[in-house]
Design a protein around this ligand. Structure first.
Ligand SMILES: Cc1cc2nc3c(=O)[nH]c(=O)nc-3n(C[C@H](O)[C@H](O)[C@H](O)COP(=O)(O)OP(=O)(O)OC[C@H]3O[C@@H](n4cnc5c(N)ncnc54)[C@H](O)[C@@H]3O)c2cc1C
Length: 384
C-alpha cells in the first residue's frame, strides 16, 4: 500500500512548483517539503544538481561536468544544513598560473613576485608590501593601485594587470576590465605573504560521494516529486506558488529583451596521471596568456583520487547563443543589471510577484557560489 505523506499538524498544505534542480531548487524544495507542503521539481537536463553535477567512470576520478566546483563557506548554518545530506572530506584549493613561461601561485603572492621579478629586485617590492599590509593580507588590485609607493602602484600593479588580469578578463567576459564592475577583479586579490590558499573560508571541504549524490539526498523526501528532462513552459497555474531558478528573461518570454550571459565550453580529457604532472599536484592551472582557454583542472587532485588515471577539465569561455549553448555567467555590468531590475519590477507590478519567487544564479542574475545559492534559497523558503 502506498504510504500517506507526513504533514505537520495545522499546516495549510500548498502545492509548490520548483523549476531547476540545482542547489537553489533542491534547498527550497527540501525545506518546503519538511514544512509539510507538496513540491514538484522540474529540471530540463537529464540530471539533478545543476552546474554542480558530477559523475564517475570506472577507473577514473569523479568529474565535474560543468567545471570544477569547490565548496567553501563561512556560514555555519549552510554547512550544518548540507551536512544533513553528506559527509565531507577536507580539501584546500590551490591554483597556479602560467605567466611568461613560469608557473606561479595564484593569488599572486611573495613567491609569485620572486619568480616573476627574479633579477629585477623582488625584495624591494616585498618590502614595500610589508610596509603597508599585514602579513598574508589579501589586497585587491584597486587597493594596490591606491598605494603611494611606485613599487606597488606602478611596478607590481602594471605587471599583475597586464600579465594576470588583462587578457584573462578579455577572454572570460569578452570585454575590458574597465567596463566590468570592480567586483570582478576583487575576486582574485594578491597576497602580502607566502600563503597560497585560494579561499579563506572557515569551512572548505568536498562532499564525500559528490555533489549529485548530495542533491539527490536533499530531494529524497516523500513530499517531493522530481521530473528531469522537462523544460518549464506552462504558466504553472495549477500550483499555488513557484520557485523559479531559470533565467528571469526566459520566464517572461524575453518580453523586455534578452539578458546577456557568458557561456563556457568544457572539454574533458582522460589522461594517465603521469602525463600532466610537470606541475605536481596542481588542482587548477590558469592560463592568462593563452588565446582562448582560461584554465584547466585536474580532477584526480581535486577529488583525491588515488588511481593511475585522471580527467582534466579544460574551460574555454565564449558568447552565449540561445538555443546553442548554456548561459553560465550573468554579465556583471551596470547595463545588464539595470535590465534585470526592469524584469524584477515587471514581476512586482504584475500578479507574477505574488505567486513566483525568482532565485539562484540565473533567477537573481548574479554570480552566486553554492553556499550563497543555498543561503538565498533557505531565506526564500522561510519567507515564501
Ligand atoms: C564553471 C563554473 C565553476 C563554478 N565553480 C564553483 C565553485 O568552485 N564553488 C562554488 O561554490 N560555486 C561554483 N560555481 C557556481 C555554482 O555552479 C552555482 O552556485 C550553483 O550552480 C547555483 O545553483 P543554482 O541552483 O542557482 O543554479 P544551477 O546549478 O545553474 O541550476 C539551475 C537549474 O535550472 C535548470 N533550468 C533552467 N531553466 C529551466 C527551465 N526553463 N525549465 C527547467 N529547468 C530549468 C537548469 O538546467 C539548471 O540545472 C561555479 C559555476 C560555474 C559555471
Amino acid at each position: 500500500m502506498a504510504e500517506i505523506p507526513r504533514r505537520p499538524l495545522g499546516v495549510n498544505v500548498m502545492k509548490y512548483l520548483v523549476v531547476g534542480a540545482g542547489f537553489s531548487g533542491a534547498t527550497f524544495a527540501r525545506l518546503k517539503a519538511e514544512q509539510g507542503h507538496s513540491v514538484r521539481v522540474i529540471e530540463q537536463r537529464d540530471h539533478v544538481a545543476g552546474n554542480a553535477y558530477d559523475s564517475q567512470k570506472m577507473g577514473e576520478p569523479m568529474v565535474h561536468r560543468y567545471g570544477p566546483h569547490l565548496f567553501h563557506t563561512n556560514s555555519e548554518r549552510v554547512y550544518k544544513f548540507l551536512s544533513r545530506f553528506t559527509e565531507w572530506y577536507e580539501y584546500r584549493h590551490r591554483v597556479r598560473a602560467r605567466v611568461l613561461g613560469r608557473v606561479v601561485p595564484l593569488p599572486f603572492n611573495f613567491l609569485s613576485i620572486e619568480l616573476c621579478f627574479s633579477g629585477r629586485r623582488p625584495d624591494e617590492i616585498k618590502t614595500a608590501m610589508r610596509e603597508v599590509f599585514k602579513d598574508n593580507q589579501r589586497v585587491t588590485l584597486r587597493e594596490l593601485k591606491a598605494q603611494e609607493s611606485p613599487h606597488l602602484n606602478k611596478t607590481l600593479y602594471d605587471f599583475v594587470y597586464e600579465n594576470i588580469f588583462e587578457n584573462y578578463t578579455q577572454k572570460m567576459w569578452g570585454m575590458d576590465l574597465e567596463k566590468l564592475g570592480p567586483t570582478v577583479a576583487d575576486r582574485v586579490p594578491l597576497i602580502a605573504g607566502y600563503d597560497d590558499s585560494y579561499f579563506t573560508d572557515r569551512f572548505q571541504c568536498m562532499p564525500a560521494w559528490g555533489y549529485t549524490q548530495l542533491v539527490k539526498s536533499m530531494l529524497d523526501h516523500e513530499n517531493i516529486e522530481v521530473v528531469t528532462g522537462m523544460r518549464w513552459r506552462e504558466n504553472g497555474r495549477e500550483y499555488d506558488r513557484m520557485y523559479f531558478t531559470g533565467s528571469i528573461d526566459d520566464y517572461f518570454g524575453h518580453y523586455l529583451g534578452h539578458l546577456e550571459y557568458r557561456s563556457m565550453s568544457f572539454e574533458l580529457k582522460s589522461l594517465a596521471t603521469g602525463e600532466l604532472r610537470d606541475e605536481k599536484g596542481t588542482a587548477t592551472m590558469n592560463l592568462p596568456d593563452h588565446p582562448k582557454v582560461t584554465r584547466y583542472s585536474d580532477m584526480a587532485v581535486i577529488t583525491k583520487f588515488p588511481g593511475e588515471n585522471t580527467v582534466v577539465v579544460v574551460e574555454t569561455p565564449g558568447p552565449y547563443v540561445p538555443g546553442v549553448n548554456e548561459p553560465y555567467y550573468p554579465i556583471p555590468t551596470g547595463e545588464a543589471r539595470a535590465m534585470y531590475h526592469r524584469y524584477e519590477k515587471l514581476a512586482e507590478d504584475t500578479e507574477v510577484g505574488m505567486r513566483v519567487r525568482f532565485g539562484g544564479r540565473l533567477g537573481s542574475y548574479q554570480y552566486l557560489n553554492m553556499d550563497q545559492a543555498v543561503a538565498q534559497a533557505m531565506k526564500a523558503a522561510e519567507e515564501f
